[in-house]
Write a protein that binds this ligand. Structure first.
Ligand SMILES: Cc1cc2nc3c(=O)[nH]c(=O)nc-3n(C[C@H](O)[C@H](O)[C@H](O)COP(=O)(O)OP(=O)(O)OC[C@H]3O[C@@H](n4cnc5c(N)ncnc54)[C@H](O)[C@@H]3O)c2cc1C
Length: 384
């Protein structure tokens, strides 16, 4: 049976996050954005609400919910602001989930409770300055020296990696050569503050200005042998699977931004006048908003479909890539149209649409560019 009505629990969560975003994020986030400041107070509140523990089991202090719940929360947050949404997305989907899915019992018990409470953030270091799309091109190395890994290399654009509450970054590193001659890649947990681990100054970015992003350097960083995430040599597979889930989350975030553009536009065109009439009375404007609404609707269906397969335990790689591709596209198109509808005010930072415009572009780049999504879809169709 096809039923797209949200179950009661999911609907209740969506409403709670919607209210939080409108009442506690919207009034203040513009100032954090202007100051390029990480919103610790908002993150702490999201922690108290349990948002960082949504898909994590209760045994580790999580809410014991599912990944779709996280997606709904991301959508509602991004409807108001994407810096806050990406902080949650990266904290859960990239920081905590690799540990939750692949970590040993000891690793989970040690790191997850504080992350699930939102008191600490984990980061995920895959991309390197030399390239991100080809994840197998990793140059960072980790060599065993007695009972310690010695890590050398660097990572680029790592979200949540330099906040005061960052507890660790999990990085991919080459740990040897496989039987087929290809690189053996493992994921290694590097606690914040480990000697030799340097967090560079934060980037100056086009958007996501209240989120935390840094380049990281590792010079003879020593961590215990047991800091390998789960099993040696599984790093590449672990990160690919993390990204499949993450794409559904980014799709949800993109839908939120695209919806925010519709919300703001509908409100504005009922107030703004030109040539003696409300601009919302002009069909050219109505059609623009109708197209925006159609994009949000279809993008939402795409991520719901991917999430449904994910929750049923079926393969969802193709659906995740499609959802990410169409949703980021919808976000970008809607941000451009909303800015146009706002005219000169659309170019002013004091209005949310200006922020939406700056925040939309990264959605076509992060967690796999649109070209990478097309490569994945083509591959699923047997085109190699
Ligand atoms: C704000 C921000 C936050 C981020 N957070 C994280 C994070 O937390 N962790 C993390 O690991 N990474 C993170 N990233 C990195 C992000 O995932 C990468 O930027 C992205 O995957 C693209 O990699 P790249 O920038 O190296 O581009 P490149 O791989 O250099 O690609 C450049 C261009 O070439 C295209 N291209 C590449 N290969 C092909 C091909 N075969 N066919 C056609 N076109 C191709 C790409 O689509 C792109 O348009 C973040 C990035 C940003 C900007």
């Amino acid at each position: 049976m096809i039923d797209l009505t949200l179950p009661e629990e999911h609907e209740a969560l969506r409403k709670t996050v919607q209210e939080f975003a409108r009442e506690e994020v919207a009034p203040v986030i513009g100032e954090f954005y202007e100051r390029e400041e990480f919103p610790y107070r908002i993150v702490a509140k999201m922690g108290e609400m349990g948002l960082f523990g949504l898909p994590i089991g209760e045994e580790y202090g999580g809410m014991g919910g599912d990944y779709f719940a996280l997606c709904l929360a991301l959508e509602e947050l991004a409807r108001v602001d994407s810096s806050v949404a990406i902080t949650l997305e990266a904290g859960v989907s990239l920081g905590a989930m690799p540990l939750y899915r692949f970590g040993t019992d000891e690793q989970k018990a040690r790191w997850l409770p504080a992350m699930a409470a939102g008191e600490r953030l984990g980061a995920f270091g895959l991309t390197e300055p030399g390239g991100g799309s080809d994840a197998s091109a990793t140059r960072t190395t980790a060599k065993l020296d007695g009972d310690e890994w010695v890590v050398n290399g660097s990572k680029a654009f790592i979200t949540n990696s330099g906040t005061d509450i960052t507890s660790l970054v999990t990085v991919t590193a080459v740990t040897g050569v496989r039987d087929d001659g290809r690189k053996e890649i493992s994921a290694i947990i590097i606690p914040a503050g480990t000697p030799g681990f340097t967090v560079a100054r934060k980037y100056s970015k086009v958007g996501w200005n209240a989120s935390d992003t840094h380049e990281l350097a590792f010079a003879d960083v020593r961590v215990p042998r047991e800091n390998v995430l789960g099993t040696v040599g599984r790093g590449y597979a672990q990160f690919l699977s993390t990204l499949d889930e993450g794409r559904v989350a980014i799709a949800a975030l993109s839908v939120g931004l695209a919806q925010g553009c519709v919300d703001e536009s509908v409100r504005y065109v009922g107030e703004r006048e030109a040539f003696g009439r409300k601009i919302g009375e002009y069909q050219a404007i109505q059609f623009k908003i109708a197209d925006m609404e159609a994009r949000v609707h279809t993008a939402r269906l795409a991520y719901y479909a991917a999430a449904a397969k994910m929750l049923r335990g079926e393969t969802f790689k193709r659906e995740a890539a499609i959802a990410k591709l169409v949703s980021s596209n919808a976000a970008m198109d809607n941000a451009r149209d909303a800015t146009q509808i706002f005219g000169g005010y659309g170019f002013m930072n004091e209005f949310p649409v200006g922020r939406f415009y700056r925040d939309a572009k990264i959605l076509e780049i992060g967690e796999g560019t649109s070209e990478v999504q097309r490569m994945l879809i083509a591959r699923e169709l047997g085109l190699t």
